[in-house]
Design a protein around this ligand. Structure first.
Ligand SMILES: [Zn+2]
Length: 323
């Protein structure tokens, strides 16, 4: 994904009519919340990475896509796969696949959970220029969000919440401009979610709100209130951050404004009009604003920490089962 600017508070710009659509009311339900298993989530991350870099138009990508559809389809009530071709910033035609699992598809009250399953074709932020055109594992940038959502899918099958849930694994999020490319950068990221937002798996698709997970597995992760999330879905941000604080995870879900990140949620908000937030690791101490191994060869299983997966998984699970 691409960060636009860091550390700038969005103030109250644009909050007016968007905020009205937000879901802010949550009653207290004394309900059983199934236990999020971090080992299971870790296993789901590891299995994706084991296919090799999941770059569109490669064999590893195809194999990983088949595996993901099989796993998500095994948990969900209905599986949709959405295959299409899109054109990347450099003209390459990418064969892509969005993978969608619907739980209680007949329920009218629904929420949307999503992550991207592809990995970046270039380690263009690697400290060693030799790797600037080498694909990355994307253990954190991609696989971590999908791993957490597969574990949540497993729980949803065991214990039905009070509303319908859709889990979407978007393809081709991370095929945006190479850092050395001088082509225009507009709308080159998140190609899979742009396609889905214009052509949802059900034509009349809607959800009360959405949550995107991106880079949710590195040790020492911190999640700040991402700019577009605050612009389009401030009530959802509040609800998620409040849930984190109730679970004593306020040290990771920090009450500070982060940067604005062009990511899948941006298009779910702007094209589909579903208020959607991004839980994304932001780190002011790095030059690019993300975790230190972002878009480098170092984004491997070595950066993945079960504790971070657990924190994010427990927060989202509690939210779902309290709805
Ligand atoms: Zn990325």
């Amino acid at each position: 994904m691409m960060i636009l600017f860091l550390g700038v508070s969005c103030g109250d710009a644009g909050n007016g009519n968007r905020a009205a659509r937000d879901e802010t009311v949550a009653e207290e339900h004394p309900r059983v919340i199934p236990e999020f298993n971090a080992d299971s989530a870790y296993y789901f991350v590891d299995r994706q990475v084991a296919f090799g870099p999941r770059v569109p138009n490669t064999e590893a990508h195809q194999q990983a896509g088949r595996w993901l559809a099989e796993r998500l389809g095994g948990f969900a009530d209905t599986l949709y796969t959405q295959e299409t071709r899109v054109r990347a910033y450099d003209g390459t035609v990418l064969q892509i696949k969005n993978i969608i699992g619907a739980f209680q598809p007949e329920a009218r009250r629904r929420i949307l959970l999503c992550a991207h399953w592809d990995s970046r074709p270039y380690a263009d932020h690697d400290p060693d220029p030799e790797y600037h055109y080498t694909p990355i594992d994307g253990a954190n940038d991609g696989a971590s969000g999908v791993g957490v959502l597969l574990e949540i899918a497993r729980l949803l099958q065991k214990e039905q919440p009070m509303l319908g849930v859709d889990i979407i694994f978007f393809d081709a999020e991370d095929y945006g401009n190479h850092r050395l490319s001088d082509r225009p950068d507009e709308d080159n990221w998140a190609l899979g979610s742009q396609h889905w937002a214009r052509n949802p798996h059900r034509p009349d698709y809607n959800a009360r709100y959405g949550i995107l997970l991106d880079m949710v597995g590195a040790s020492g992760a911190t999640f700040k209130r991402e700019g577009y999330s605050m612009l389009y879905a401030p009530g959802v941000v509040r609800k998620v951050w409040d849930t984190a604080r109730e679970l004593n995870y306020g040290h990771m879900f920090i009450n500070e404004d982060g940067g604005y990140v062009i990511d899948d949620h941006y298009y779910v908000n702007t094209i589909r009009n579903i208020p959607t937030i991004n839980i994304i690791h932001q780190d002011e101490s790095t030059e690019h604003g993300f975790f230190p191994e972002w878009h480098t060869m170092g984004d491997t299983m070595d950066v993945i920490d079960r504790y971070t997966l657990r924190v994010v998984g427990e927060v989202v699970t509690k939210l779902i089962y309290n709805e």
